[in-house]
Every structure is written in C-alpha cells, then in structure tokens.
Design a protein around this ligand. Structure first.
Ligand code: DOR
Length: 425
C-alpha cells in the first residue's frame, strides 16, 4: 500500500486539512515516508466511510443475483466502507457457524467490511428463537428476520428480553401479514386502486411499529425499525424517542426520492417492501430524517436476477438495489435543498449507523490521525445519468436507471486501501 497525502481536503465541518494515509491508518502528515504519493484534493470533500445497516449480499444461496465480492464492490463504488449483511440467505444466517462463515468470506473477498446480521428466529419462520447468544459470541450484535416480520408478539418480546442481556439490537421489518398479505405490492391509495394492484396499507407497517415500541418499553430491549416508509410510523417513533425508549430507525434512499407514481408502467423494478408511497409520506420521512427521529439512511440494497423480476407485478420479487446511488439520492433530496449539511449527512450515513450496529470502534470515526483510514472523497458537483448496465452490482434492478443524479464518489478507502477510484485521483 502506497502512503498517500491528500492535500487541502474539505471536511464535513467546512475546515480544510491535509489527510495522510499510512498503512491502515490516518497519520500526521509529518509522519509520512519519503516515497508517498501526493494528490491535490482542493475542492474535494472528505467524509468518513459510509456504513450501511441494511444490505442483502445474497451469499450463500443467491449468487446468481449478488455475491459478497460484487455487493461490496458496489458498496465501495457508493462510498461505503461497511455493510451489515442481512440474514435472509439460503441457508438462513441463524447459527454461529453461518455468521462466522459469512464474516470469513467478507474478510477474504470483501471490498468493505462485512458485518453479519443474525436471524431473530430459526429459518426466519417466526416461531422459535435462533441461536441469539451463540451468534452474539461469534460477534453479532444486530439481529433481523428482514424480508419477513416477526408476527408473534410473544416471540418478539422474548427476543427483545434475550438480546437486552448483552445490548443486542433487533431490527424489525415491520409488516403485519394480515393487513399486507403475500401479494400486497402497492401503497393503498387511489393510484393503487386504478392500477388494480393488491394494497399494502401504511397501517400494516405502523401497527407493528406501535406494538414493538410497547415491547421495547416492556423489556428494555433495543428496537431498530427497518426501512420506515410511512408518516404514521415517523410519528410513533417520535413519540417513543420523546420518552427515551430504546428505539432507533432507518429510511431508505428510495423512500426518500421515489413515489407511488413510479408504478404506473408496471415496471417491477419499483416493486419493493415496504412499497413506495405518496408525497405526504415522503415529506414526513425527509422531515423525520432532519429532526433525528429517523437516525440513519440504510439502503436495503436488494439485488434480484432478471428472472426473479420478469413476472406480473404482484408475483415478481420485491426489492431494488441502492448502494451505488444512496449518497447521490441523499445529496439530491436533503443536502441540495439545504435540509441537511455535510455534518448532518455524516451523522446519518456513517456515525449513527456505526453506533447502532456497534462497530463505532472502527467505522464512522472522525478523520483524524490515529483513526482507521476509512473515508470517501467526493465532488458533489459531478452528475451522471444513471445507467443500470454500468453498475458494479451484479444485479440490474436499479430504480434510478435513466435519472440525472449527482455522481459524487471519486474514491473510497477502507483500512487505507483504495477500494474504489484510485485512478480517479
Ligand atoms: O423489497 C424488499 N426486498 N424488502 C425486504 O425487506 C427484503 C428484500 C429482499 O430480500 O429482497
């Protein structure tokens, strides 16, 4: 690894600094060896590497859609230095062996840190608790049945009690299966009725959010609400936070930008759980993110093969990719409009996710000497028309295809190594 000096980088707080990378660390520029490379980085902004709390890497079992290698390359392209890999793989990551295997795969093949998420229930079946304690001993702190919601309140209660012993977090995919059944695929709304698509009402999310907040209060266990999509959920989380309950939440880039109108053409790229919603919900999500009611942006990067998407809308697989354009979408929706500054963006895309996922000892760190060299260099003025064929992800279900968006990421460094963009400097 060549030592590197990035001269005149603007940091999130607006100050300018020379950043020196030696080995895996940021160091004082005076400590660089004579053979280092110097890059004039005036005009570029340096941010701590982004941390994604919600990534589907699909390995094992779904390698035709994505792998640890391809998914983390997409992550590096998007400015990420860590991904929490969801447990709905095949086999499910519900044992210590499975999560250890994934962590090892990440160390061998990852272009970013791969942090395994353990399942809450065996096989994601919602009945019996998975090996929560053993998985924790294997390094897991975040547990989720994501893709499915833990329907049974007693199972959720027991899981919250169990993980509260060691400070674990349950990340819930909030979806009541009676209110939003297996074919539900469009926000319940006038447009959904006109399109004739089975309704996925906002209340199917918020009734679970309300229930789980009560269970977090009862047990003291930490609840993290995945991919919040409705105004009512935001209000419930606001209520919980006002009472200092142990609740955190995330919103996806696609729910911040895209709405129900995308479904007009029945393009299954836009089928996602929870569904895209209407303007009033989008505005509530943006405001929730500004207020800190929603702590983090998380991608829910959900790669699928064309075969899994090439079906009638109500039977196609739900999910869209997001790692490569997440930062662009947050800049477009939140920073360009002045609702978030760079420090606010760093908090929501790096610091808070690292804290929630318990990796704050090495991710989401300030860009200071002695810290791990995990950072992304951006030029927010660069733009591109997104082309799904140019994706670093193996998958092509990119909802931003054809859109004019920022293309900010110039280079990403993870533990001092350029995982993306060395040639751009
Ligand atoms: O649309 C979704 N797809 N939402 C989820 O929660 C899971 C994901 C997947 O795994 O494909």
């Amino acid at each position: 690894m060549t030592d590197l000096l990035l001269r005149g980088v603007q940091l999130a707080d607006g100050s300018h600094r020379d950043l020196a990378l030696r080995g895996e660390l940021l160091v004082d520029p005076a400590d660089l060896g004579p053979g280092h490379r110097t890059v004039a980085a005036d005009g570029l902004i340096g941010l701590p590497g982004l941390v994604d709390l919600h990534t589907h890497l699909r390995q094992p079992g779904g390698e035709d859609a994505e792998t640890v290698a391809s998914g983390t390359r997409a992550a590096a392209r998007g400015g990420y230095t860590a991904c929490f890999a969801m447990a709905n793989t095949d086999p499910v990551a519900d044992t210590a062996e499975a999560v250890s295997h994934l962590a090892e795969l990440g160390r061998r093949e990852g272009w970013a840190e791969v942090v395994p998420v353990g399942a809450i229930t065996k096989g994601l079946a919602g009945q019996e608790l998975a090996e929560l304690g053993l998985m924790h001993r294997a390094g897991v702190n975040l547990f989720s049945d994501d893709g499915r919601c833990v329907q049974n309140a007693q199972v959720m209660r027991r899981a919250l009690e169990y993980v509260s012993d060691f400070g674990g977090v349950l990340a819930q995919h909030s979806q009541d299966d009676d209110l939003a059944g297996p074919t539900a695929c469009c926000h319940e709304s006038a447009i959904g009725g006109r399109l004739g698509l089975p309704p996925w009402p906002a209340a199917a999310e918020s009734v679970i959010v309300a229930r789980d907040i009560e269970l977090a209060r009862l047990t003291g266990g930490r609840l993290h609400v995945c991919h919040v999509s409705s105004a009512e959920s935001v209000e419930l989380i606001r209520w919980a936070k006002a009472r200092q309950l142990p609740v955190t939440a995330e919103v996806t880039p696609h729910h911040l930008l895209l709405g129900t109108a995308e479904l007009e053409g029945y393009d299954t790229t836009y089928k996602v759980n929870p569904p895209l919603r209407t303007d009033e919900h989008i505005e509530a999500l943006r405001q929730g993110l500004v207020d800190g009611v929603i702590d983090a942006v998380a991608t829910d990067h959900a790669p699928h093969t064309p075969e899994d998407k090439d079906h009638p809308f109500d039977v196609a697989r739900p999910g869209m990719i997001g790692l490569e354009q997440a930062l662009a979408v947050v800049i477009e929706t939140m920073v360009a409009s002045g609702r978030l500054d760079w420090s606010g963006l760093v908090e929501r895309m790096s610091t808070a996710p690292a804290r929630i996922g318990r990796v704050a000892d090495r991710q989401g760190r300030p860009l200071e000497p002695g810290q791990p060299a995990n950072l992304v260099l951006i030029d927010p003025s660069r733009r591109q028309v997104v082309d799904r064929a140019a994706s670093w992800s193996q998958a092509r279900n990119n909802p931003y295809h054809g859109r004019d968006l920022p293309d900010p990421v110039l280079a990403t460094f993870w533990r001092g190594r350029a995982t993306y963009g060395w040639d751009n400097l």
